[in-house]
Design a protein around this ligand. Sequence first.
Ligand code: FES
Length: 106
Amino acid sequence: MTWHAVAALAEFEDRPVLAREAEGQALALYRLDGAVYATQARCTHAGALLTEGEVVEGYIECPLHYGLFEIATGRAQGGPVCRDLATYPVRVEDGQVWVEIAPVGA
Ligand code: FES
């Protein structure tokens, strides 16, 4: 596993979710109640970009069919979504957001 610097904390200023990429994987970063979380960016239902969805009380709502996922755990919250999102460890140091992702091929 490798840590990647993916964003500055200040980039969340006006937005609760950011789109990023590391190790060829599209990521969604969320700032929620002072913590930062990372999930895969594509919805597990039909692949819509969750970074274009709405953050609603701890959940990300998919913009395509309005599936809900719990941001902190990636857990799918019922139809039409039934597969959880991949989540990634996050740490914040000196205003920099780091995400741990396995290198490609690992
Ligand atoms: S693509 Fe996300 S709910 Fe269908």
